[in-house]
Design a protein around this ligand. Sequence first.
Ligand code: NAD
Length: 489
Amino acid sequence: MPLLADRQSQLLIDGKLVAGRKGVFDTVNPATEEVLGVAADATAEDMGDAIEAARRAFDDTDWSTDTELRVRCIRQLRDALREHVEELRDLTIAEVGAPRMLTSGAQLEGPIDDLAFSADTAENYPWRTDLGHATPQGIPTDRVIAREAVGVVGAITPWNFPHQINLAKVGPALAAGNTLVLKPAPDTPWAAAVLGQIITEHTDFPPGVINIVTSSDHSVGALLSKDPRVDMVSFTGSTATGRAVMTDAALTIKKVFLELGGKSAFLVLDDADLTGACSMAAFTVAMHAGQGCAITTRLVVPRARYDEAVEIAAGTLGSIKPGDPTSKRTVCGPVISARQRDRVQSYLDLAIKEGGRFACGGGRPADMDKGFWIEPTVIAGLDNNARVAREEIFGPVLTVIAHDGDDDAVRIANDSPYGLSGTVFSGDDARAQAVASRMRVGTVNVNGGIWYSADAPFGGYKQSGVGREMGLAGFEEYTEIKLIATLAG
Ligand code: NAD
């Protein structure tokens, strides 16, 4: 069946597609402000039903121990998503405002293919490891380490890369034997809800194993952090919300996995190709209108070449006009909502109040009256103490900061409440790697290397999060460790 043929999505609870008790809410195209259709609006009672279904599926079925079934279901899901990939592409461009070119990578096709990594990992995983014989306290004992699912996982996700983030939780959590309730962002309900339709039509997932609850009300998602029937909450979103999730989860001492905000630095050392480095930094900030948590939004350049660096960055960013995400050539689409546009604009206003200047951009494009747009912008003339250099803006905005050598560049990179990602460019790989090893961040790009991949762990230091998503580490986040000690005969 075509996806969301009647332009209305439902909840997936206990294996059935059902309506939300609160009715429906609109999902909107951020490039045109057109209402695309509606999504089921869940209440606290709906969320309670979903949690109960996940609890039953975990406690009363053999899902957590039947690895073969889990692997089969995840591969079915991957195959069905691939079959629907062109419909999903259109949906993603329309609902997320994601430029078409990004849908062949992290916005869509990448995370679908990456489900294979979760299935393969579960299939080949050493669920039991022999720790061997020992005589602790003089008692002969044979020890085995068992890895087991944590239980019911509550997954709460944002709107910027919805498929990537939804599937990077759904894949490993289910492959590891957990059951799950997914609560997506209200701005992108369909990207998650289509999974419900595909799962019911094309896969053998038993009822309750995966539940999808869309809601216009953030407090419905908060129930996942609070409810004692949920064993673990896996959250991606802002640091402020992550803090609320952690606080709520403390009431029941839940396992908490957090992927939060960032303010990552792109360090250009004095022997680097300045034009290549600054152009790349600028281009990256324009992609998906800067709505990526790991985008390097602080460009840190040698003081002696500051003006030149600003000019190069502005040359690149100033030439990228925000535009129609359906076009193959568009790099910078809209931001997700009027609220987000106004938030970015308030940071641009703040940059001027703080004494900065715009080398390009600086506001809303004059010629676009429908949709939520921000011009790619370079802020110059500020140091790392400015709020626009410290706080996450989440728009196509690059702040250029001067450094006085490698030590100072590292100091600036680390002088941030965040620690998500970073980049170092130098003419000398060893020198760049030495700088990379001093950065307190979860991923570093050295001279253009790509850290994003299904087998590579991703996550943050400091207030950018707790734990790692993807890779083996991302799979093991969804497991508990049990030591079984047997008296040796
Ligand atoms: P957000 O924190 O506003 O919302 C994220 C999700 O949390 C949404 O589903 C929302 O409904 C839900 N939510 C809101 N309040 C809640 C509460 N009290 N309890 C539980 N859930 C609640 O974030 P956003 O605006 O949707 O996304 C942008 C943010 O996400 C940025 O800060 C960005 O850096 C971050 N992000 C981080 C990563 C990463 O991997 N580190 C990836 C993508 C986005």
